[in-house]
Design a protein around this ligand. Structure first.
Ligand code: 13P
Length: 254
């Protein structure tokens, strides 16, 4: 399975000039790197403005969120069709920062997943436990999040989808999960998806890791011999072009 590395810029950078500079530097830097999907998720306001040059690059665009309705009286919201029209291909759904600071619930995440799929976009569902579980413990909480996010989907839906395992305790802390812990979570997530949506979806799904990823640790999470982690969701390190390009390079070489 082809790996995928996604840059989640979160609410950065502050000005368009910096955003386009970073986008251009990354697009240029990853041009020669083969067999990997590279995705950048900037804040909404930059999405239409980063289009320039995208045709030539291998970088795809993601949104950091989407509303579940297509149009109407929902002040401040952005719909999946609007994103699709801008050339966005992936949408991050249910990031822990939205769950934490904006009260996003599993039910809302579920509605957003369905809306994004209906619009023909690829969801990047984020799950992760808040506090570190005991070593060797199966992340039951994560399994519940996956089930609630995907409930009501038909067999075969979510094909080619992405699930990001991002333990909340590992985000922005400099303390990533261990590759073993992350792999265990990936296997468990894939099993749940298999039970819910069938083997086709489980086999085409990519499970990726996020939480204090940097150029030094990225490759250690990728397992080639089993269907473990097949990519990364990168926060802080994605704001430094050189470091992000190095992450892409190392993941693709793994
Ligand atoms: P950091 O890479 O800064 O830990 O953030 C991870 C994350 O939340 C990506 O979505």
């Amino acid at each position: 399975m082809k790996s995928i590395v996604i840059a989640n810029w979160k609410m950065n950078p502050q000005i368009l000039r910096e955003a386009s500079g970073l986008f251009r530097a990354v697009a240029k830097g990853v041009r020669g790197i083969k067999n990997i999907d590279v995705v950048i998720a900037p804040p909404f306001v930059y999405l239409p403005l980063l289009e320039v040059g995208r045709g030539k690059s291998v970088v795809a665009l993601a949104a950091q969120d989407s509303f579940w309705e297509d149009r109407g009286a929902y002040t401040g919201e952005i719909s999946p069709t609007m994103l699709k029209a801008l050339g966005v291909t992936y949408v991050i759904i249910g990031h822990s920062e939205r769950r934490m600071h904006l009260g996003e619930t599993d039910e809302m995440v579920n509605k957003k997943i369905k809306a994004v799929l209906k619009a023909g976009l690829t969801p990047v569902l984020c799950v992760g436990e808040r506090t570190r579980e005991r070593v060797n413990e199966i992340p039951v909480f994560v399994g519940e999040q996956v089930k609630k996010a995907l409930v009501g989907l038909k067999k075969g839906e979510f094909k080619n989808g992405v699930i990001a395992y991002e333990p909340v305790w590992a985000i922005g802390t400099g303390t990533p999960d261990t590759p073993e812990g992350a792999t265990r979570a990936a296997l468990y997530i894939r099993k749940i998806v298999r039970d819910m949506l069938g083997g086709n979806v489980a086999d085409s799904l990519r499970v990726i890791y996020g939480g204090s990823v940097n150029a030094g640790n990225a490759a250690s999470f990728i397992s080639r011999d089993i269907r473990g982690m097949e990519g990364m969701l990168v926060g802080g390190a994605s704001l430094k072009a050189e470091e992000f390009i190095e992450i892409v390079r190392r993941v693709s070489a793994q």
